[in-house]
Design a protein around this ligand. Structure first.
Ligand code: MN
Length: 719
């Protein structure tokens, strides 16, 4: 029976030899797979040739040790191959392509994944929130094998941490404590997480660790004989009952003793259950029989019995726990479980690869398999119910957090966003002002459009400009509520301003139409009208007019007391359109008016004013409502780009479209849309939507297009 305390592998233990490693491989891989892994070793050895670790040993010892750690979990050949190669991309000139060529895409992807995590590690500010960084690493990995390699890498680095300078040691130990030990724990790799915790504790609180270790050794020394006797008694009792069992002593790791002392504010001598026994039997039935044998031997402490076999923990953990009074005045916790339960308890997610060994049940529909799978499913928070569970476990190539992405700010902080979030969502997550003034983004220092969907691990920067404004089109590609609300708010604000401005113009115009001499409107007149209309302020009225909800002429009549006709009743005044009116003046898609065209304005409730060409066929119907029609003309100085549609009949010949596009570009016009409407053997009809500044621009473009060879006819399309 192993004696408590001797199970822990001492830090800095010598690396495995190549023959030990290949021996471990032959224990569960077939010859071809073993050969493949060893080929990676030869490759890695020459790639790392001449490199040494800070301990002075050849570098290849490290990846070999990492692969050996993973072989103990019986991970598949690609994982071990990638483990051996895990540092070649970062530390040597070996490019990804060479790994693909030599070992295939699967291995290259794993190596790539580990290298990416290494880069994230160096990019992250130390103050970055640990929980988010953990999730970012998991979300980035996609393939859990990447995380397993990274954890084994960290485990070996922690075992050999002594050779690093103190400052670096401390940083790595802290990071292990905050990031990697919890990840191992979450994945159910309890033996790894315990060791990572202990090793980190040893480096971050060296003195406390030393004191506790000494105290523990002393207590152990006192208990050693007693423990041996108890262990022997347990073994005998089980053998007498005809139960085949492995009994082993175990002790709490130093870090969990420390944590218990901290949380319960107790002294070391008052910490209970430091020693315990684990009994591993063949069947579930034997678990309960072993329990009976235990209780026959030593008196159980009431209320300390837990049946995690009948009611497993959420992570699939199963065991019977009981605490008994031993003959030597020490209370002892005993855990009883089957071999299979033991694997799940120690290696969590990795135990799924263990199940792939020959003779293991493939279906795993019930028992610990089913539970562990359920746990994994919960862990992955996956909504992909269509995924066949068998396949799912085969590949484990899934999003761990399908609903979230984790990205860096330029300062190295981490922001969590919902899946599908774009660079613009990021900008709004930083601050609504940043979002509102955003004009572009940089992702990993490369310019990117605002609608770019972000990936976990991206470093994102929002590019802003003074005076920039949100556009309604942004609502099409933001996914966060915060961004949506901020954009809506800003647009509403802008709409209000625009509608007040347009309303003022329309009302002034109506007043001028009624009275040739422009009357000064007194504030009593204004407030009387506001009272009649039940409006709070003058701007509300103007906004209402601008939005097209109130007819300007009618308001003017009400304002002037209806006595207007007598004085003038002149022809309606025309309003100048400048192109800068904002969202309340829009251009009809049916006729696409251009500066230079004769135009008419139509007030539409809630939408403001729509500009049509004077000859638009749709106006016939609309103009019956004279109160809605506003006489308008283009201002001398119109700004902006206006959409124009045109239609070309061309002969089919190579390069026609390209030469047409070149002409349009040469005239400084953008093509918004192009489609080929008809096509027979010899002719095509091509429709363009262009942006032009003025009717003259369009005329020039039309005549130049007409001159192109192959063009049969060109015309502007209205309606
Ligand atoms: Mn490494």
């Amino acid at each position: 029976m192993p004696i408590p305390g001797l199970r822990r592998s001492p830090p800095g233990s010598p690396p495995p030899t190549l023959s030990e490693f290949s021996g471990a491989l032959r224990g569960y891989l077939d010859e071809a797979e073993v050969a493949e892994v060893l080929r990676a070793y030869t490759f890695g050895e020459s790639a790392h040739a001449g490199q040494r670790r800070s301990s002075g040993e050849p570098f290849i010892h490290h990846p070999l040790a990492v692969a050996h750690i993973l072989a103990a979990l019986r991970l598949d050949a690609p994982t071990l191959t990638a483990a051996i190669l895990h540092d070649v991309m970062e530390d040597t000139a070996t490019a990804r392509d060479r790994i693909v060529e030599k070992f295939g895409e699967d291995v290259a992807r794993l190596v790539d994944g580990v290298s990416k995590i290494d880069r994230i590690e160096t990019d992250t500010r130390e103050a970055a929130e640990a929980e988010n960084l953990r999730k970012m690493l998991l979300a980035m990995s996609r393939d859990l094998r990447v995380i397993l390699i990274k954890l084994a890498d960290r485990l070996h680095n922690m075992r050999t941490l002594d050779s690093l300078p103190p400052k670096k040691r401390l940083r790595i130990a802290r990071q292990t404590q905050e990031i990697y030990a919890p990840i191992a724990n979450r994945l159910g790799l309890h033996s790894w997480s315990r060791e990572l915790e202990d090793l980190s504790f040893r480096h971050t609180y060296a003195n406390r660790h030393r004191t506790l270790a000494r105290a523990l050794r002393r207590r152990q020394g006192n208990r050693r004989t007693a423990m041996k006797k108890i262990g022997d008694a347990l073994e005998k009792q089980l053998a007498d009952g005809g139960i085949a069992a492995r009994v082993s002593g175990r002790e709490k790791n130093i870090y969990s003793i420390y944590r218990k002392m901290q949380s319960k504010r107790i002294h070391f001598r008052d910490v209970r259950d430091i020693y315990g026994f684990r009994v591993i039997v063949e069947t579930v039935d034997h678990c309960y029989r072993a329990l009976g044998a235990m209780h026959a031997l030593y008196k159980p402490i009431p209320h300390c019995f837990k049946d995690y076999i009948a009611i497993p923990k959420v992570n699939g953990y199963q065991s019977l726990h009981t605490t008994v009074f031993s003959a030597f005045g020490e209370t002892i916790e005993v855990q009883i479980r089957t071999e299979e339960m033991h694997r799940v308890a120690e290696t969590g997610i990795a135990s799924h690869w263990l199940y792939k060994t020959p003779g293991a049940r493939a279906d795993g529909a019930d028992g610990p398999h089913g539970l562990a799978r359920q746990w994994l499913m919960d862990l992955l928070e996956t909504q992909q119910t269509s995924v066949n569970p068998g396949e799912f476990l085969e590949h484990l190539r899934v999003d761990l957090f399908p609903d979230e992405v984790y990205v860096f700010t330029p300062r190295g902080d981490i922001k969590k966003l919902p899946a599908g979030a774009t660079a613009l969502d990021f900008a709004y997550a930083v601050h609504s002002d940043v979002g509102n003034r955003c004009i572009g983004a940089r992702i990993g220092n490369v310019p990117a459009p605002l609608h770019t969907a972000l990936k976990s691990g991206n470093q994102v920067e929002a590019v802003t400009a003074r005076g920039a404004r949100p556009s309604p089109a942004w609502l099409n590609f933001v996914v966060t509520g915060k961004a949506r609300a901020a954009i809506r708010g800003a647009l509403k604000n802008k709409r209000r301003k625009d509608s007040v401005k347009l309303g003022k113009k329309l009302l002034d115009n109506a007043v001028r139409t009624l009275r040739k001499s422009r009357p000064r409107i007194r504030s009593e007149q204004k407030s009387a009208l506001l009272k009649t209309l039940r409006l709070a302020e003058w701007n509300d009225l103007l906004a209402d007019i601008g939005l097209g909800n109130r007819m300007p002429m009618m308001v003017a009549h009400q304002l002037l007391g209806g006595g207007g006709e007598g004085e003038g009743g002149g022809a309606p005044q025309s309003i100048a359109v400048t192109g800068t009116e904002g969202v309340l003046v829009t251009y009809a898609r049916c006729c696409r008016p251009l500066p230079g065209d004769e135009i008419n304005g139509v007030l539409t409730a809630g939408k403001g004013m729509v500009v049509h060409t004077a000859d638009c066929p749709n106006l016939g119907e609309l103009s019956k409502r004279a109160d809605k029609l506003v006489p308008i003309h283009w201002d001398d100085k119109v700004s902006g780009q206006f959409a124009a549609a045109l239609r070309l009949d061309t002969e089919n010949r190579p390069g026609v479209l390209a030469s047409l596009a070149a002409v349009i570009a040469d005239e400084d016009s953008n093509i918004n849309d192009v489609s080929v409407a008809e096509r027979d053997g010899r002719h095509s009809t091509i429709c363009f939507t262009l942006e032009v500044r003025h009717r003259h621009n369009l005329s020039r473009i039309l005549s130049r297009l007409r001159e192109q060879s192959g063009v049969v006819a060109v015309r502007r399309v209205k309606g």
